[in-house]
Design a protein around this ligand. Structure first.
Ligand SMILES: [Zn+2]
Length: 125
């Protein structure tokens, strides 16, 4: 029996966030290992152009992440799930873990930005 695969396409904001975390290599080369889902990169991406993180952006991204996972949960059991732009197929539980990591990054990003700004304002020793 051939493995079944389905590929999901993240909504635009989530796709941009995923792209912003493609820091370790390129997806075409390393798949998921090209990505560094760190709150540092998420905070940097979310505060680009404005210098601060808008709660509305975080809320929208959470919604897009939820939509992606809803689509993933609807895929038949045992299928491998691809995410467009990542060049990687995941088992459902792997994708759940990744989505949880991205969700944690979204939770932490505002505090990361604030802390970085505080460190900067204090100056260097
Ligand atoms: Zn690589």
């Amino acid at each position: 029996m051939a493995d079944n695969h389905a590929t999901l396409t993240p909504a635009p904001r989530l796709a941009a966030l995923i792209g912003a975390c493609e820091k370790l290599c390129e997806a075409e080369c390393c798949g998921v290992h090209a990505f560094d889902f760190s709150p540092v990169h998420v905070a940097s991406h979310l505060s680009a152009y404005t210098g601060n993180i808008r709660e509305a952006d975080v809320v929208e991204l959470r919604g897009e992440l939820r939509d992606l996972m809803r689509a993933a949960e609807a895929i038949p059991d045992g299928w491998m799930i691809g995410v467009a732009g990542m060049n990687q197929y995941f088992k459902l539980e792997e994708l759940r873990a990744l989505a949880a990591d991205v969700g944690r990054c979204l939770d932490l990003a505002p505090a990361v930005r604030e802390h970085a700004d505080q460190l900067w304002a204090k100056g260097t020793s």
